[in-house]
Design a protein around this ligand. Sequence first.
Ligand code: FES
Length: 230
Amino acid sequence: MIQKYVIGGSFATSKMCMARRLIKAGTNKNPTIFNNLRRLISGDTTSNNAGAEDYLDSLGYKDPKLQDGMKDALKSVFGKKITAAHLKSIGETGLEALSKSVEDQLMLQDENAFVGTVHVHIPHHNFNFDLQMREGENLMTCATEGNGKEVLGEYLECACGGNMSCSTCHIVLDEETYNKLGPPCEAEIDMLDLAFEPTDTSRLGCQIAMCEDIDGLIITIPAGVNNLWG
Ligand code: FES
């Protein structure tokens, strides 16, 4: 998962970091997109003046706050004026990852957001603990930069940054929560097939975000990990 895409205000991040994260966002296997990103890193910001909002609308990203967040996120790469050409150069996969990141960050900014509890079981270490997560926060962000960094972070490496490409965030959910969340998407299923000893209720932690419905969920950390990243 990509974090802190939004530039300016509370989401500042570097241009290089942005491009690196976009590359991680499922774009690294596409040579065209990869080359575009390399071009961006090198500072080539040629563009046309087509409307970014219209293009985002056409892809279904209609929420003005989301659009603003996505455009703000790209300003460190393209400069102040974000156009449809800039957005197209990232590709739909990159935009999808970006929109998800921005949505997560917008959710985390909401002071009234619900805060739920996660019960973490680590049977192979005979160790259990609880964590608090804000609505919209997922287990990867909790483990890498949230209040689970010190403990959960020891067990979930999240090597691919939430791109569903590593399986190092593999967790096993309690059955009730698994059923509430509905089935994982095809990309997640593919990665789970490669995870360490997957079970019927295995999920990728980077895809599990807190909401009231799953408050009190129990996650079990598997005894091993397969890192498919890199
Ligand atoms: S962080 Fe890599 S698959 Fe979840």
